[in-house]
Ligand binder design. Structure first.
Ligand code: FAD
Length: 1055
């Protein structure tokens, strides 16, 4: 399109808009109360509001070794028709501009100039930032009723948006050259701006850094200020306008209508207080702060004060006690706590309608947004550290020396607080909030036993602190309305509320979901340990109780604010919202109560839920033999490994002393090292780094090894010399494996996880010495991991004879081709070995076609296509992969046992391997039942605890009975394997594979149901248990296949 036409069309466009907008703008013009003859201030952008392109260029040239002045020369080159001016009139795109401009710069400097880099710097957020002095000035100008405009020569960015890195809301009028097709110093653009402002030239002041632009404005009759230094320009502007531009009191606004106080009476009182020579006028502003007790800024003569008063109207009992605030601030100031200096307390309500007190105004910064935008990570950390330190200071005040012994009751703070806030809540209740009802019951039952007594602030949060403008120092702690004597940890928890609220949360902005590490903000846990460390106190375990209580209290406060908003008393415009917020905060509080319950449960390992107590009993009697040839009596009290090889030991108490000791050690390790770290391990599994092994698991593996809790799985009959494992019988291992099964993370920690255990046993049983040296050793050491590849997507793999992957002999190698899936562990970067099952001879009898090859994972031709998920769970880092094997060449010596022996090996491998799954399933069924029991004791529905509901009782009973049945069957199968061998135990093995996953599935399902929706969340291990139990109804072969096996054997036996 012709440039001229473009220009013309935009000219008409703006001329039309100017004509049309004029009367409209006039109609909406603000009333000024400045006394100034000027009605608007017009700002240029670059060089006035933000740094000038010339300055940015000069700096950039130095950094990039470009001859100085190149950019500036190129900017002016060509005058009206140069690339810069055309770019600013919106006539060329960014790409075209950069190309032309780059050429120009290179011509000028005789070197290649990376203008893209200059352009990104010019438009970067770090550079294109508004000068604070201008922000303040604009806000002052507008507060006096004058209009503001930005009149900018700017350009469009490559995304088509115009470049205007300032808050548009600051301006009544925005005029951008790239949108209008006209640039300064063309007089028309000034006229457009004036027309939009609805003003005559003489009614406005124009600030620009370029003489020619100012000259054009002046020739129209606009008053101009040349900006070389923004600070100096603001001073000049101040002089022209006749009112200060830098004196705004932050966080204040005109007094709200419902919160007005009689100015005359106040002025009279203040003159009496400060001296009669004081002359007016009295300036009164209201702070945004002070939701509960309205707070005002007062300037009278040279005095700057803050007045804090009770709200008007009838108030809730014991709330809004400004007298107490006055007292505590006075005492704390003497004790060295930074608080504003209090001057006077007026308890005479006749003066301004309610009692009030006065304090000195402290200028400083209040950080309203807890994410501290605009600060560097180190500054943010320093701010939070200063906040933490000042809290420690408050909590370290000597009550007696400060005269605050009787500032509140000593001891029993939390029970009293729970009662008080319950009462406050009840007094303000407008409708039933279910979570509040639950909390009212739960909190008194879970009070921490030990509580210290100190001064507590009661509303300690970042935006109640006044900071030094230049350093991370708290100048004053504000808003002492809720202060008393109490448990200091309540303050610490309260100051972490924002950590759990989203940034969008109204009234109390939070940082939940923000990347705290990147921001430099300590996590709630770090903040808490920072506090404990500074106070020299040990960490407190019932942190969640304090969080639940803090949120409960906030919910009660919000409900109070809401109730008052209904009667028109609340002092905040957002008070009405608080009703809805009370409910969501109560729900958050309940979340913490639930977590606390879970923590208590997890910390009970030494007591009942995690320790089995058996109701089943087996005396020394003969059990029917499935083969009819052996008898294996059940003899409790076996005392040696040898003895337990002959006896069915059903209770861990009856294990032989060394095995019993091992069992106890394992229990201790689980209690001390595994359960407490589960949340961290879970976080790793949900993190971006989940496909790498958790370093914590690696550490725990070392610890487990050092504790002798390593490779416990290898059965005695596979490894009679105890060369590789602990030499436990299958039955002994059943007891230990059940304990490991209680946490899904545990088996790997003890090097007892599938599929490695099966593969290791396979190597021990069938591997050559070379194969053992190469593969078994690193696996036993826990340095490598492995996978087992049998299942194929294209065939029903529950019937292993269907497997189609081919293993072909070629030049002394085996070449494999096939498509496998559900290969557990293959995605783990530590996975070095794939135990591969394929067909070497499809013509051989059905069970002799398959062979097993040991395939190094780094062999070319192995391609993992994708990870599969189980109900959305990835099981990282091992995962379950879909894999293609394409012409994968493996040395012939990697064959296990020999061609055609695959079926035989698979049966051998999967015997003990699968029974391990059953053992673990008993463990996590026990844990699910324990969780369920704890949960139903603490939750109330329809007037009574869940545990008293008949269906829940029935479910508990059913689960207990089913676990016991399955355990006995698993123990029996293990025992049979020990005493009669895997083959003789085939029926029992098939039975437990048929029974146990289905049992675990039902037990976990009942637990989830009793938990309500929480049971499905990742806050508890139940959902994962459930997915795993369900998966094991397939992963170890479908239930139906095991049933068919059992039925066939049963029919054979009976006939
Ligand atoms: C979490 C997980 C991990 C796994 N890890 C591995 C691994 O590491 N390596 C590996 O090789 N495989 C693995 N598998 C695959 C697993 O072994 C197979 O899914 C299983 O053997 C069934 O094979 P299929 O999926 O092909 O089902 P199919 O054989 O197609 O069977 C489908 C359904 O047919 C029915 N059916 C089959 N046979 C009978 C019968 N005789 N009577 C009546 N009904 C019948 C059943 O309902 C069965 O569920 C894993 C699977 C899961 C879920």
């Amino acid at each position: 399109m012709c440039v001229r036409r473009l220009f013309q069309s935009s000219y008409f466009h703006w001329a039309w808009r100017a004509a049309f907008l004029k009367p409209m703008q006039q109609g909406t013009r603000r009333q000024t109360h400045s006394g100034s003859t000027y009605r608007a201030v017009i700002f240029d952008m670059g060089g006035v509001l933000i740094p000038s392109p010339a300055n940015v260029a000069a700096e950039w040239e130095v950094q990039n070794h470009i001859p100085s002045g190149t950019i500036l020369k190129a900017l002016v080159k060509g005058g009206e028709n140069g690339p810069w001016m055309r770019f600013m009139r919106g006539e060329i795109t960014t790409e075209d501009f950069l190309q032309e401009f780059g050429k120009l710069c290179s011509e000028i400097s005789k070197t290649s100039v990376p203008v893209d880099s200059f352009f990104s710097r010019l438009t970067s957020k770090q550079v294109a930032k508004q000068f604070p002095v201008m922000t303040e000035a604009i806000s002052q100008i507008r507060s006096k009723g004058l209009q503001t405009a930005v009149l900018s020569n700017n350009f469009r960015l490559s995304d088509g948006k115009s470049f205007l890195p300032v808050d548009r809301k600051q301006f009544d009028v925005v005029v951008e050259s790239c949108l209008e097709g006209v640039c300064k110093p063309d007089p028309r653009i000034y006229q457009l701006c004036l027309a939009r402002l609805g003003l005559q030239p003489s009614e406005s002041i124009f600030l620009d850094d370029l003489g020619q632009n100012l000259k054009a404005a002046a020739s129209l009759g606009i008053r101009t200020i040349k900006v070389d230094d923004p600070e100096a320009a603001v001073k000049e502007l101040e002089a022209l306008l006749g009112f200060p531009l830098h004196m705004g009191i932050p966080n204040t606004r005109p007094v709200r209508k419902t919160m007005e106080i009689p100015k005359d009476a106040l002025e009279k009182y203040l003159k009496g207080l400060l001296g009669t020579q004081i002359t007016g006028p009295l300036e009164l502003l209201q702070f945004d702060h002070g939701q509960s007790n309205p707070t005002y800024y007062i300037r009278l003569s040279s005095h700057e004060l803050v007045l804090r008063k009770k709200p008007p109207g009838s108030l809730l009992p014991s709330a809004h006690a400004v007298e107490r605030e006055f007292r505590v601030m006075k005492a704390l100031a003497n004790a060295g706590v930074p608080v504003p200096r209090v001057l006077d307390l007026c308890e005479d309500s006749s003066v301004i309608g309610t009692p009030f007190y006065l304090m000195e105004y402290c200028p400083g910064l209040i950080y309203k947004d807890p994410s501290l935008p605009g600060l560097e990570p180190t500054q943010r950390r320093a701010i939070y550290t200063a906040m933490n330190r000042v809290l420690c200071k408050i909590h370290s005040v000597d009550l007696h020396a400060a005269g605050l012994d009787d500032y509140g009751k000593q001891g029993d703070y939390l029970p009293r607080q729970v009662r008080t806030w319950t009462k406050q809540y009840r007094a303000a209740e407008t409708s039933t909030i279910p979570a509040m009802e639950r909390l009212i019951q739960w909190l008194p039952l879970h009070l921490p036993r030990q509580q210290r007594t100190t001064v507590v602030h009661g509303d300690f949060r970042l935006d109640n602190l006044l900071f030094h403008p230049d350093k991370a120092e708290v100048l004053a702690v504000l808003d002492w309305e809720l202060s008393t004597l109490g448990d200091p940890l309540a303050d610490v928890a309260y100051s972490c509320l924002t950590h759990y609220l989203p940034p969008s949360f109204p009234m109390l902005r939070g940082v939940s979901g923000c990347d705290l590490a990147r921001l430099g903000i300590p996590t709630a846990e770090e903040y808490f340990s920072m506090y404990c460390c500074h106070m020299g106190t040990p960490p407190v375990d019932c942190w969640n109780f304090y969080m639940a209580f803090s949120f409960f209290r906030v919910a009660a406060i919000l409900q109070g604010v809401y109730k008052r908003s209904l009667t028109g008393q609340a002092s905040s415009a957002t008070a009405e919202q608080s009703g809805k917020l009370a409910e969501s905060i109560a729900n958050l509080a309940w979340d913490f109560a639930v977590k606390e319950g879970f923590r208590i449960f997890k910390e009970m390992p030494a007591t009942k839920p995690l320790r089995r107590s058996y109701h089943t009993w087996a005396g020394p009697q003969s059990l029917p033999s499935s083969t009819g040839t052996r008898s294996y009596s059940s003899v409790p009290g076996a005392s040696s490994a040898h003895a337990s090889k002959r006896a069915l030991v059903i209770s861990p108490e009856d294990l032989s002393p060394p095995v019993r000791e091992l069992y106890d050690r394992l229990q201790r390790f689980m209690e001390q090292r595994v359960y407490p770290l589960e949340p961290e391990l879970q976080r790793h599994q949900a993190s971006a780094g989940r496909w790498s092994p958790s370093p914590l698991i690696e550490d725990l593996k070392e610890e487990a090894k050092a504790e002798g809790l390593w490779n416990l799985f290898l059965p005695l009959e596979t490894d009679p010399e105890k060369n590789y494992g602990a030499g436990l019988t299958n039955m002994e291992y059943t007891h230990l494996c059940e304990v490991m099964g209680m946490s899904l993370y545990a088996p790997e920690i003890f090097n007892c996880s599938a599929p490695d255990t099966g593969n290791m046993e396979l190597l021990v049983r069938y591997g050559t010495e070379e194969q053992k040296a190469r593969w078994l050793t690193p696996l036993l050491e826990g340095k490598a991991r492995s996978c087992f590849a049998m299942t194929e997507p294209q065939v029903a793999s529950s019937d292993a004879t269907n497997i189609e992957a081919s293993i072909r002999e070629e030049d002394g190698f085996y070449v494999i081709n096939g498509h496998k899936w559900w290969i557990s562990g293959i995605l783990d970067p530590r996975c070095q070995l794939c135990v591969f099952m394929g067909k070497t001879n499809p013509q051989a009898p059905r069970h002799q076609q398959q062979s097993v090859l040991l395939v190094p994972m780094d062999t070319p031709g192995i391609r993992v296509i994708r990870p599969l998920t189980v109900y959305g769970l990835e099981d990282a880092p091992g995962g379950h992969g879909e894999v293609r094997f394409e012409n994968v060449r493996v040395p012939k010596e990697n064959m296990v046992l020999g061609p055609g022996r695959g079926f035989e090996i698979a049966q051998g491998r999967l015997g003990p391997g699968r029974i391990h799954h059953c053992m673990r399933l008993i463990g996590f069924s026990e844990r699910a039942l324990a969780l369920m029991k704890t949960r139903v004791k603490s939750r109330v529905a329809f007037g009574k605890p869940l545990v008293e509901q008949g269906t829940i009782l029935a479910d508990i009973a059913q689960s207990r009975a089913e676990i016991e049945q399955a355990r006995l069957l698993v123990l029996k199968a293990a025992h049979l394997m020990d005493v009669a061998g895997n083959k003789a135990a085939a029926l029992d093995i098939a039975m437990i594979k048929m029974v146990t996953p289905a049992m675990a599935y039902r037990v976990v399902d009942r637990a989830i149901q009793a938990f309500g929706a929480a049971g499905l969340s990742s806050d508890y291990p139940l959902a994962q248990f459930f997915a795993w139990a369900r998966a094991l109804r397939l992963a170890d072969g479908p239930d139906e296949v095991h049933r068919a096996t059992v039925a066939k054997m049963e029919l054979k036996r009976r006939m």
